[in-house]
Design a protein around this ligand. Structure first.
Ligand code: ADP
Length: 294
């Protein structure tokens, strides 16, 4: 398990990270979410030892991370850095060789990985001849080719079309299933919500929420309910103790001041017609995000 505890980073007299602590467990996909300038890249660069910090610790399985540990980390930086004139397969083989693999092992791994990422037809093309989305797939291959134990990716999904998002997400989920600790940053809340087991939300250099996606959704559930009934639910507007959020004929979403108010609404809905469903509504990541960054 990779852990950050109390990380502080300043630029001049500006604190850009303040007491940043969270975990990146093996075998899970952790999404690192925050707006522009929130501190995601800075945090990742500190995890990788590319940037110094003033306070706090990055630890792997309880011991401070060493340069040797970091050799088994994989990183995809935000600024893409492959050699444009190199051929796709040749490039990934070259990187695998730098990690100590023999030529034949390196070629085998690089080929399999590029095929998995959907670049099997482009192995002989120059990097610069690839579309930006495909260059990004190659960049992901570069971060993965040595089977890292910890994988840190800065915005791996930005600029990818939906099909490519699915391919890359599948590859990352595969790695997590094999026991890799995977952290990726993203500002695309829908993508993160769909893919991640765990979430870390950062704003203004502080961690606003972290934990499993399901725990976070449960913790941020208010008494919001969704009612689907056969009749017109307009009467809800007159009910005491509730606040209607959305309304369309027999469909309504409302916040209740108390469980008692919610139960009263349910009883009344049943007495007025058929109730197709009545259920508490879990907040979306976008709603949680809005709530915690305020
Ligand atoms: P994110 O990746 O979430 O967009 P960053 O980690 O890049 O955010 O930036 C966090 C904050 O640190 C921002 O306010 C940014 O302007 C500031 N920052 C980043 N790099 C530098 C630097 N080299 N010098 C001064 N300020 C910086």
């Amino acid at each position: 398990m990779l852990t950050l505890r109390g990380i502080v980073k300043t630029y001049g007299d500006r604190r850009v990270l303040d007491d940043v602590s969270f975990d990146v467990p093996p075998g899970r996909l952790t999404g690192f979410v925050g707006g522009n300038g929130a501190g995601k890249t800075t945090t990742m660069r500190i995890m990788l030892g590319l940037l110094a910090h003033e306070e706090g610790e990055v630890a792997l399985d309880g011991a401070p991370v060493t340069a040797n540990d970091r050799r088994s980390f994989g990183y995809m930086p935000e600024e893409r850095g492959l050699y444009p004139k190199m051929k796709v397969l040749e490039h990934i083989v070259y990187l695998a060789r730098l990690h100590g693999f023999s030529r034949s092992d390196a070629t085998e791994r690089a080929t399999a990985l590029l095929e998995q990422l959907g670049l099997g037809e482009r192995l002989g093309d120059n990097i610069e001849a690839l579309s930006l989305g495909n260059q990004q797939r190659a960049q992901i291959a570069a971060a993965l080719v040595h089977d890292p134990s910890v994988l840190i990716l800065d915005e791996p999904f930005s600029g990818l079309d939906p099909l490519a998002v699915e391919v890359v997400a599948g590859v990352l989920a595969d790695r997590a299933a094999q026991g890799t600790a995977v952290l990726f940053s993203s500002h695309q809340l829908d993508v993160v919500e769909r893919l991640c087991d765990d979430l870390v939300i950062i704003a203004g250099g502080t961690i606003r929420a972290s934990g499993s996606r399901d725990e976070l959704r449960a913790a941020h559930s208010s008494r919001r309910f969704e009612l689907v009934s056969s009749g017109d639910a307009g009467w809800l507007r007159e009910e005491a103790g509730i606040h209607v959020v959305e309304f369309d004929g027999g469909y309504a979403v409302f916040d209740a001041d108390s469980d008692e108010a919610a139960q009263r609404v349910l009883r009344r809905a049943v007495s007025l017609g058929d109730v197709a469903s009545f259920a508490p509504q879990r907040p979306t990541l976008a709603q949680i995000f809005k709530e915690v960054i305020q």
